[in-house]
Design a binder for this molecule. Structure first.
Ligand code: DX5
Ligand code: ZN
Length: 221
């Protein structure tokens, strides 16, 4: 069932020179999760940061850390992100040949597991893991960079996944990531998403704007 919308601001768009304070500020402004984008310059054409930076900022909030691993291979690094304080680890369907094994590896650490789909990967690729996942992340841009434009064809995929989740009867979050703004947020919510990632739109204007930015994205009072 679709839940009331929640937001997971991506600290990729934060001021890296003061990352700990940025995590506290966005949490205090109403973030439900903290989205941590990990890029390796191999699976995606950009490098962000790794487990040591994640661990360094973990103590700046009690909000769950939603770690989005855009890395391949992914299995060798899962333990490091668990140690860094990840509450949810989302890996990519496209990151390796053995998705089921990677999912089990995350679950073996007793935390939640998500699977992300790139824009060209169909919803049907998750049919055989619906009993295993806690979260599905639809990429509405090609992963690698913040500030890109929303790809409208992903709305149909969100609708399909909403149907698959409801049919499963399981508690699975449906998250959307990339180009989420006050204009695109209502479209993805209407399609069935219940967890929004926002980088640029959440961190726009600096800390004094974060609460208003989150309000504009979620429609919450
Ligand atoms: C893209 C990342 C996103 C990104 C979103 O590869 O996974 O989380 O930071 O940034 P915006 O909201 O600016 O599109
Ligand atoms: Zn992300």
């Amino acid at each position: 069932m679709q839940k009331p919308v929640r937001i997971s601001p991506s600290i990729l768009a934060a001021d890296f020179a003061r990352l700990g304070e940025e995590v506290s500020a966005i949490a205090d402004a109403g973030a439900d999760f903290i989205h941590v984008d990990i890029m390796d310059g191999h699976f995606v054409p950009n490098i962000s940061f790794g487990p040591s930076v994640t661990k360094a900022v973990r103590g700046y909030t009690d909000k769950p850390f939603d770690c989005h691993l855009m890395i391949a291979p992914v299995d060798p690094y899962i333990g490091d992100f668990v140690d860094a304080g990840a509450d949810i680890i989302t890996l990519h369907q496209e990151a390796g040949a053995h998705l089921h094994r990677s999912i089990q590896l995350v679950k073996s650490h007793g935390i939640k597991v998500g699977v992300s789909l790139n824009p060209a990967t169909p919803a049907s690729t998750l049919e055989d893991v619906m009993d295993e996942v806690d979260l599905i992340l639809v990429m509405s841009v090609n992963p690698g960079f913040g500030g890109q434009k929303f790809i409208p064809s992903q709305l149909a995929k969100i609708k399909t996944l909403r149907g698959m989740i409801d049919a499963s009867g399981r508690d699975i979050d449906l998250e959307v990531d990339g180009g989420i703004t006050p204009e695109t947020a209502p479209l993805v919510i209407e399609a069935g998403a219940d967890l929004l990632v926002a980088g640029s739109a959440a961190f726009k204007g600096g800390p004094e704007h974060y609460a208003a930015n989150i309000k504009a994205l979620t429609g919450r009072a």
